[in-house]
Structure formats: structure tokens, C-alpha cells
Design a protein around this ligand. Sequence first.
Ligand code: UGA
Length: 443
Amino acid sequence: MKVTVFGIGYVGLVQGAVLASVGHDVLCVDVDQSKVDNLKKGLIPIYEPGLTPLVEENVAAGRLDFTTDAERAVNHGDFQFIAVGTPPDEDGSADLKYVLSVAETIATHMQTPKVVINKSTVPVGTADKVTQKISETLQTLSKSVEFSVVSNPEFLKEGAAVNDCLRPDRIIIGTSDDAVEEKMRELYAPFNRNHDKIIVMDVRSAELTKYAANCMLATKISFMNEMSNLAEKLGADIEAVRHGIGSDPRIGYQFIYPGCGYGGSCFPKDVQALIRTANAIGHKPSILEAVEATNYAQKDKLFAYLSDFFNGDLAGKTVALWGLSFKPNTDDMREASSRRFMEMAWEAGMKVQAFDPEAMEETQRIYGQRDDLVLVGTKEGALKGADALVICTEWSQFRAPDFALIKSSLTTPVIIDGRNMFEPERVEDKGIAYYAIGRGRSV
Ligand code: UGA
């Protein structure tokens, strides 16, 4: 089947490559010429495990191509995926200007019937706006071509995007049109093995499903972070509590890991956007507001522990920082907890010596050259001459460190662990002070 994907970001590129890998003929379109040129040469703009070979194989097989030519792109696919960004605008609402501009482009060039698919995370009511934009544009151009707008939100996780997309838990299709439903079922048939993963619902419910899923997951995390703060003050261990409650299948073990706050391009943005949507219809979303406020405060914790250890005497000190990306297996720094930590440390007159397996280039791009930031090629190198070690991201290579080396490298051996990677007793037994989230030491 012929598929066009607008927007070569995380979602668009992974979705395009995965659709090509099951035999569809996919053309991805983006306004960024250099991105398109690089992709044609096999240079992938993001770090995502498994994506490079998938793109290379499908480009070589002639099933996946990239272009900036919107007219060619519209005329290519019977299915037109919209996977462009929806960044937050000044008040935190999702900004739809890119989505609506793609809708206009599709309407301008389409000559045959199209199924237009919203893959981007968009507020409830966006499919109606896309429909309206296409209809208006067609009218202005005195054209009459059939089309239907479907909501088909994406649930992939960065770092596991290829697998999530190849083996989805569910495929949500928002449409009330039986013929369009049938076409969507055919498109997704290769992913619908073993049991029926396709869930069809009306368009608005599909749009809300995406926000509800991300907000529910963000709620679990903020809830656990709140519990970890209580555990600290009450002399309990949040890790024991996590095991205790996760064993109840109604709660489950997933997404109840306390930490230094959730980041990434999705949870912070989507929680905010749903709050704005609720406000716009006169509803006060108390739970979502608490989720956001708790997360905001949680991102200050690492600095608070550090300040506690040094009794506020931080100016002139050097901190080793392990982990910059918002989570492991990605180079994405959007809303990463490391950013708040570094900014607070700099404000306090500290120097940061950081190491991350993938995100150092991105850190350099964001912060540029500055005297108080040194990016070091190894985790051991980052420790040299530092006073303390702070861990922001749970990369697997941090899980079994050489504690003797940490102790001998740091002038005042202390680890501040934002991801609860070690047993406190084990670290303290090595003569290293250890702060973790909700595990004894309280601030
Ligand atoms: C999230 C969702 O998990 C995906 O299902 C969704 O498709 C995606 O957003 C999206 O809307 O595009 P992602 O942002 O890639 O995926 O990352 P997650 O693995 O969900 O992690 C988000 C943040 O939560 C990270 O900072 C992570 O460290 C934090 N987290 C996660 C915790 O603090 N505790 C946990 O127990 C789990």
C-alpha cells in the first residue's frame, strides 16, 4: 500500500521505516533539506537502537524514500500520515500550526481520495480542525476530492521505539467511517498477529486515549515520587514500598520507579496540554495539576541533596555528573532532569564534569562552550578531581561501578543517585556517603 508520512521526527521516521519493513511503499517528507539529504545517505538524525539498519535496509529495497517535495509526497500515498511536532505554545497548549499547515498542503495537492491520519499527539478536536482546514482549502481551490481524517495515536517509547512500533500493544483507530476502518485494518494487518490489537473508537475518544495514557503514567511516577518524599521523612525505604505495592497486580511494577522527575518530550508536554484543554472548557484538573507540580519540585531534589551534604557551601566545587539524557538509550535531552540540576549547580558557582554514553553532543549543542561545563569521554574521567558524584540517568553501564575508584577519585566521597541504582548499605559500607530518592537521607 502507498503511504506518505509528513514529518521526519521520532514518530514519523520510526513509523515510516516500520511500515516500509512490512512491505508498504513509504515516502517521508520534511521541510528540512539537510535532514532529507542525510537520510538518503543513511545518516539518521537521532540515536534510536535498531533504527539505522531498518532505514538502510528499506531504502536499499526501494520501499522507503525521503523528499522535501510536498506535491510529490501528497500524490504518492493513499494514506497521508501527519507526524509533525506539536510543541507547547506560550501557555502550554499544544501548538497546531505545523499540523494544520500539513492539512493545507495535502488539500492543495491531492487529486485522488486520501485517508489522512493524525499520528502526532494532538488535543481532542484536532481531527475536526484538520477536516475543516482541508475542506476550506479544497473549497478555495474549487476542488472536490474525497478524504477522511482518522486519529491513530502513537505509543512508542524513545529508546525502544522500533520494537514498540513493530510489536504494538494496541493500535487505536479513531474513525466512525466503516470503509475507512477497513482500509486502516488492511494497512495494519501485518502488525495484528496473534490477537486483535486493533481498537476502533470515535475520533475524539482516540485523541483523548493518547493523553489519558501518558497522563496516567506520569501520575504513577509523581505519586511514587510523593511517596518517596514521605518515606524519607518517615524513616521508611521507598524501594521496599515499591516492591510491596507492585506485587499487587492491580498496581503492577511498571512506572512506579521513584526518581529525579520525569522528562522527555512527551509527559511534561502532554500533562500541560491536557491541563490547558481542561481549563479551556472550565474544568479544574486537580490531579494533573498536582502531577505537574510534584514533578517540577522533584527535579530540584538532586541539588537539594548536594547542598545538604555540603551545608550549602557549593561555590567553587566540582561535581561529576553521570547521565545527561532524560532516560537511557536515547540522546534526547528535552526536559531532562540533568538540565535543571546543571543549571542549579552553575547558579551556585559549581563546575560540572559530565559523561553520557550518547547525549554529550546534544548537551554541547544546547549549552555551547562554557568554563563551568566539561564533557568527559568516560565515566571514570568525569570523576577526576571532582568533589561529588551525581547520577541523573540509569544507563546500564553505571550499574556496577568501581566503588573503590569512586572513593579515591572524589575529594569528599558522596554519591547522589537520582535513579536508586544501588543498595544504600553497600555504598555506605565502602566509605561513600549515599543519597538516593526516598531511601533514608532526607532533605
Ligand atoms: C512516553 C510513553 O511511555 C510512551 O508510551 C508514549 O508513546 C511517549 O511518551 C509519547 O507520547 O510519544 P517516553 O517519553 O519515550 O515515552 O519515555 P518513558 O519511558 O515513558 O519515560 C518518560 C520519563 O519518565 C523518563 O524521564 C523516565 O526516567 C521517567 N520514569 C519512567 C520514571 O521516573 N519512573 C518510572 O517508573 C518510569
